[in-house]
Ligand binder design. Structure first.
Ligand SMILES: [Fe+2]
Ligand SMILES: [Fe+2]
Length: 195
C-alpha cells in the first residue's frame, strides 16, 4: 500500500501532499456513513430516560420534518446530541463543530448553545438558574433557539411517538453532508485541518 515518504511533516513533498489530498477527498466523501454509524451508537449510552438518545434524535427530526422545517434544521436536530458520548461536558459545542461547514451561522449558533437553552426546562430542579439563557438575549437568534428547544428537544422523550426510523433520514444525510456550503468554501480553505 502506497504511503508518504516523510516521518516529519516538514519533510513532506508536493507529491506526498497531492497523494494525501486524494485519500482525504475519499475520506470526506464517506462522512455521511460515519455520521450514521455514530448516530446509531446513541442507542446505547446515557440511561434513565424513557428513550435512547438515538430515539430522542429521531423524534426531534421527525417532528421537524412533519412540521415542514427545512432540511438544514432537520439535520441539525438529528445530530444535535451527537457529542453526547465523548463531549460529556461540552456536547453542544461538539455537535456544532461537526455541523459548522454545512449549516448557516444561525443554526450553528443554536446548536452550539442549545444545552444552555435546555436548562430552562430543568435547572430549577437541580439548584441551577433556569433563566441562564437570558445571557444570550441580545442575540438575533435568541427566540429561535428557544423555539428549537421547546419544539424539537425538550419535548422529544416520548416513547409512544411514532418517529421515522433512521433509514428514512439516510438519503437526506447523504445529500446534506456530501459537500460544505458553497459560500463557506473560502473560509474553510483557510482552516488548518491536516493532522
Ligand atoms: Fe443536547
Ligand atoms: Fe437533545
Amino acid at each position: 500500500m502506497q504511503k508518504v515518504s516523510f516521518t516529519k511533516m516538514e519533510d513532506g513533498t508536493a507529491e506526498d501532499y497531492a497523494f494525501l489530498d486524494t485519500l482525504e477527498d475519499q475520506y470526506k466523501a464517506a462522512l455521511p456513513t460515519r455520521l450514521i454509524e455514530t448516530l446509531k451508537g446513541l442507542s446505547a449510552g446515557l440511561s434513565g430516560y424513557q428513550i435512547s438518545r438515538l430515539d430522542h434524535s429521531l423524534q426531534g427530526a421527525t417532528r421537524a420534518h412533519r412540521a415542514g422545517e427545512d432540511l438544514e434544521l432537520v439535520m441539525a436536530i438529528l445530530f444535535h446530541d451527537i457529542g453526547d458520548e465523548l463531549a460529556v461536558y461540552s456536547h453542544s459545542e461538539m455537535a456544532a463543530a461537526i455541523l459548522r461547514p454545512f449549516v448557516s451561522e444561525k443554526v450553528y449558533w443554536i446548536i452550539k448553545h442549545h444545552g444552555v437553552f435546555q436548562m430552562y426546562y430543568y435547572a430549577h430542579h437541580c439548584g441551577g438558574d433556569r433563566n441562564i439563557r437570558e445571557m444570550f438575549s441580545g442575540s438575533p437568534w435568541y427566540e429561535e433557539a428557544i423555539r428549537f428547544c421547546h419544539e424539537y428537544d425538550q419535548n422529544c422523550f416520548d416513547p409512544i411517538y411514532d418517529s421515522e426510523p433512521l433509514e428514512f433520514f439516510v438519503p437526506m444525510i447523504e445529500q446534506f453532508f456530501s459537500a460544505p456550503r458553497a459560500d463557506d468554501a473560502e473560509e474553510l480553505a483557510r482552516y488548518g485541518n491536516r493532522a
